[in-house]
Design a protein around this ligand. Structure first.
Ligand SMILES: O=P(O)(O)O[C@H]1O[C@H](CO)[C@@H](O)[C@H]1O
Ligand SMILES: [Mn+2]
Ligand SMILES: [Mn+2]
Length: 406
């Protein structure tokens, strides 16, 4: 039994999704395209990184072979001849959406078999009656934005007007989200959180997955910058997840980063938060030190997605992958006999792709049971196989979805 350590590299897809065309994402491949770009010198950035993508520790865990299973080819510059030390394969998503909650919930054994509500890619994007209700019940003089947008672009465009008028910047994306950007000092952080709670209630009838507070600081002269005080207001998962099942069985679930928000704080014993992948990795190590027999550590590394994938920043994404890879030995050293480690992702966000949205992709499933051998698990039909394998490893009763690969 021992423990299970589940790490989600947010948006680290490996291509090959059988239903990618339905999303306009046929050919989308986060890892494959980053690796190819790096081979062409397009991953170079002065003072940051250069050359082919170098992920020796994830390759030892089977990343190159997992990508080969997902797409039929080894990413350029990666070594597909390395014999993986542990569990390796890929997984396809069955949930209808390619968003963060769908991906994480499916990993935790609960695929999302219904369609979220989405706001149309029009201006205005939000229904007039919803906007009116937000103005009335949220106590704001109006809203800015009201469009599909990239969060960093829209605060550059509207930050000054927001500070001047006090109107929050409201926007959405291809995801089922209502995002609210507001200045931490001029508008106020607590006031932004309260507004998000109000909007959470108001968008429930529209079946919107998340309301997201996007606080920022700065001014027009020096530029506006988002802070780490982002907060996600998710609806409840439709069924008990792996987290709920673990807690119900008397286990502890130690969540790192935004996991707790993504699961609407259900089935969470402990929340370890931090800003930035590096600090989140530190929290993961702390959680591993705290976790006892039969417990689950569940971590999310958000920078891949929000700082690099959505920003279509190939050198940034490559550097972040290499940084995490360099630190993996610290995590591997902390594994106790019979601990299960899995590294995976919740969707893709190919930084070479058009637009700024997620990409429908398969995800890697790589890891090991400490003391166990090498095992190819193939391409799994659902991310739920990950949660089901963890449940089996921890001695929890089987759930309603997925099949253990252990
Ligand atoms: O452009 P930013 O604000 O980072 O938004 C991105 O983050 C949201 C939540 O993950 C996605 O829906 C996408 O729109
Ligand atoms: Mn995500
Ligand atoms: Mn995202």
């Amino acid at each position: 039994m021992a423990r299970a350590i589940l790490c989600v590299l947010d948006s680290f897809g490996i291509g090959g999704a059988p239903d990618a065309a339905r999303f306009g994402d046929e050919g989308g491949d986060t890892l494959g395209h980053i690796a190819s770009a790096c081979m062409r010198g397009q991953g170079d950035r002065e003072g940051l990184r250069s050359g082919p993508l170098s992920l020796p520790n994830m390759t030892a865990l089977g990343l190159a072979r997992a990508a080969q299973l997902a797409t039929g080819k080894v990413p350029e510059g990666m070594d597909g001849s390395v014999e993986p030390v542990g569990i390796f394969g890929a997984a396809s998503e069955t949930s209808h959406g390619k968003d963060t909650p769908s991906g994480h919930w499916e990993i935790a054994g609960v695929p999302v078999a219904f369609d979220w509500g989405y706001f149309p890619d029009t201006v205005p994007t939000f229904p007039a009656e919803l906007t009116q209700a937000i103005i009335r019940e949220g106590g704001v003089p109006g809203i800015l934005g009201d469009t599909h947008a990239s969060g960093t672009v829209i605060i550059a465009e509207l930050g000054e007007e927001h500070v001047r008028t006090g109107k929050p910047i409201c926007y959405t994306s291809a995801d089922s989200v209502f995002q609210i950007a507001a200045h931490e000092e001029h508008f106020g952080l607590e006031r932004l959180y309260r507004l998000c709670e109000t909007v959470r209630r108001l968008v429930d009838p529209y079946n919107i997955g998340r309301v997201i507070a996007r606080p920022f600081i700065g001014d027009a002269a020096s530029g506006f910058e988002r802070t780490a005080n982002r907060r996600d207001y998710s609806v409840l998962p439709p069924e008990p997840t792996l987290l709920d099942r673990a807690v119900a069985a008397g286990r502890r679930t130690l969540t790192v980063g935004k996991i707790s928000d993504i699961f609407a704080h259900q089935g969470v014993s402990e929340v370890l938060k931090a800003a930035g992948n590096d600090a989140l990795f530190d929290r993961t190590l702390e959680a591993m030190d705290k976790a006892g027999e039969g417990d689950l550590v569940f971590a999310n590394y958000i920078d891949f997605d929000s700082l690099y994938g959505h920003r279509r920043d190939v050198p940034g994404y490559a550097a972040a992958l290499e940084a995490l890879d360099r630190r993996l030995p610290e995590l591997l050293e902390r594994l106790r006999p019979d601990d299960l480690l899995i590294l995976t992702a919740d969707h893709g966000c190919d930084p070479t792709w058009r637009g700024t949205d997620h990409t429908r992709e398969r995800v890697p499933v790589i890891g090991l049971v400490k003391g166990g051998g090498s095992k190819e698990i193939g391409v799994r039909d659902t991310f739920a196989d990950i949660g089901e394998s963890i449940a089996a490893h921890l001695g929890l009763a089987p759930g309603n979805h997925g099949t253990s690969f252990l």
